[in-house]
Design a protein around this ligand. Sequence first.
Ligand SMILES: [Zn+2]
Length: 383
Amino acid sequence: MTERLYDQDSHIRRFSAVVQACLPAGDGWEISLDRTAFFPGGGGQEPDTGVMGGVRVTGGREDGDGTVWHRTDGPLEPGTAVDCAIDWPVRFRRMQHHSGEHILSGLTCAAHHCNNVGFHMDPDGVVIDFDVFLSREQLAELERRANEAICRDLPVSVEYPDGETLAELDYRSKLELTERVRIVTIPGVDCCACCAPHVRRTGEVGQLRIVDAEKHKGGVRLRVLCGAAADEDTRVKLENVAAISALLSAKQPETAAAVQRLLEERDALKQTVNALKNRLVELQLAALSPTEGNLCLFPEGFDPIQCRQLADSAAELCSGVCVVFSGSDGEGYQYVMASQTADMQAVAKAFNAALQGRGGGRGAMVQGAVRATRAAIEAYFHQ
Ligand SMILES: [Zn+2]
C-alpha cells in the first residue's frame, strides 16, 4: 500500500520517493512508489500529472490493494530514489473547485434536505446535480452563504475515523464501508466521504459563482466556478455588459431592459416592413393588365415571399405562365413560376433545359434559379 502524502498535507508539490515497481503498460509504463503526493484520481477529480525522476507522469490509478500506480512515458529502475513534482497550478485549481463543491453541496443538502446526485469536474469548473429544483433566489442565497464560508477561512480536515466513530457520524456520500473511510470535514458547513485532496482552509477557494442553472431530471444542474476561473468569467461578463451599455447608451445595471426595448422596437419595425412589402406587391399588381400569353416580371428589391405572392396573383391575369424574377444579370436570377392553365413541371423543365436553370416543385407554382441575362429570359418567354 502506497503512503499518501496528500493525506498529511495537500500542498506538498515536490517530494522524493523510492521506486517500488515499474511495468510496461500500453504505450507507456506504470510505476509505483513507496510514497506519493500524486493523487491517482477518484471522487470526480482527475489524476495529477507532473514529473518523476525525469519521466512524465500522465495519469494514475489505485489498485485493490491500495497501491497507487503512476502512468508514465518512460521507465524507472526499481530501488532508485527519485525527485517528483506535480503540476501544481492544475492541482490547485482542481482543489479549489472540489472544495468549493463540498461547501456548496454541504450547505444545499442541509438547507433543502436534498442529495448531490451528480458531480463532474472539467478543466474550467464543476457541474453539480441536486435532486430538488432550486429557484434563482434560493441559488443566490446558497451562493451568498458559500462565499461567507469561504470568507471565514474555515479549516478543511481529513480523517479516517474508526468504525465506531464512523457509525455515529452523519456525513454525505455515506458508504457501506465501516473502515478506512476518508472523511473531509468543514466545520458547520460539510462532512463528506471523499478520497480527493482538498484546500487546507476554505479561504483558498477564493470565491464561488453559480454561473448556470438548468432543470435536470426533476432537480437542478449547476455550473460552478471557483477562484481564478470565477474571476476570469466575471471579467469577460463585465466587459460584455460594458460594451452593451456603451452600444445602447444604457446604464450597466439596466442593459437587459434596454435590450428588451430594442427587441420590441425591432418587432414593431418588422411589422411595418411587412405591411410595406405587401403594399408593394399590391401596387405591382395594380399596374398590370390582363395579358395574352406569358408574363415576365422583374420587380426591384422583392424578397422570395413577395415574388411568390406576386406570381400567384399575377397568374390570374395572363393566359400563359407568369414568372417573377429577382436578382441581376451579373448574379443570376431566382424565379417563381405560376399558371392557371399550364403544366408547371413541364414548363420549368423546358425552361431549365434551355437556359441552364435548376429547380422545380409541385402543383401550380414552381421555383428555381437561372444564370442567364434578362434579355435571354424575356426572349425565351416571348418567342
Ligand atoms: Zn469530494
